[in-house]
Ligand binder design. Structure first.
Ligand code: G4P
Length: 190
């Protein structure tokens, strides 16, 4: 997606050799017009796959996931990182290890908002190690719903996330694939 590539080139900042900061339009300040275009692009790509729900991981996945859900005309579910304080036997939980932050967190999904009939599109902002999306898939398996697709805004193609998901048979559609972030420069895959 050329619009997203241009925003990364114009407003992104490379930290070290493996982190891209995009606080001006995605992770801190959010550009609603760009998010709407991203939602339209995902909706166009996944049209006809029978998607009934869009699922994302808080917090930076929420804006693009909401726009995608709007474009597809389906609800959006946020996988929470904090377990509910209200005891709930229909709450499913899985632990995720974040490679980037080095921390573990629990990802939660209530069976009250999803069923085994749902065909789910997972949307997330970055794909790096693939742990967050893998955790989301684990939760969706627990409630027996079908993962119909995975949409990523920015894939760090030099990290193993995409290969891990592909090896499990999932089709990942990334709007932008980054080949490297060396020497402070963003290089995209062709
Ligand atoms: P994974 O999602 O592929 O497993 O990677 P990882 O656990 O390492 O990522 C941890 C967090 O860092 C995630 O956000 C992920 O989206 C984000 N992240 C990974 N690489 C980059 C990067 O190069 N730049 C930026 N800006 N973020 C990156 P999170 O902790 O869930 O935070 P948030 O969604 O609340 O923003």
């Amino acid at each position: 997606m050329n619009e997203l590539k241009e925003r990364i080139l114009n407003e992104g900042h490379v930290i070290g050799t493996d982190i891209l900061k995009v606080d001006h339009f995605l992770n801190h300040q959010v550009d609603p017009v760009l998010m709407a275009h991203i939602g339209d692009e995902f909706a166009k790509h996944f049209k006809g796959k029978g998607i009934t729900k869009v699922v994302t991981i808080e917090s930076s996945g929420i804006a693009p996931a909401l726009m995608t859900a709007t474009a597809l005309g389906v609800p959006m579910i946020i996988l929470k990182k904090q377990p509910s304080k209200v005891l709930n036997e229909r709450l499913y939980q899985t632990q995720v290890n974040s490679f980037t932050t080095g921390k573990n967190y629990d990802l939660c999904l209530s069976a009250d908002v999803i069923t085994s009939d749902d065909h789910v599109l997972i949307i997330d902002d970055f794909l790096a190690d693939g742990e967050a999306v893998t955790g989301a898939i684990r939760l969706l398996r627990m409630v027996h719903s079908t993962v119909a697709g995975i949409g990523i805004l920015i894939e760090k193609a030099f990290m193993p996330g995409h290969q891990k998901l592909k090896a499990q048979g999932y089709n990942v559609y990334s709007l932008v694939k980054i080949k490297s972030l060396e020497d402070g420069t963003v290089k995209f895959e062709d």
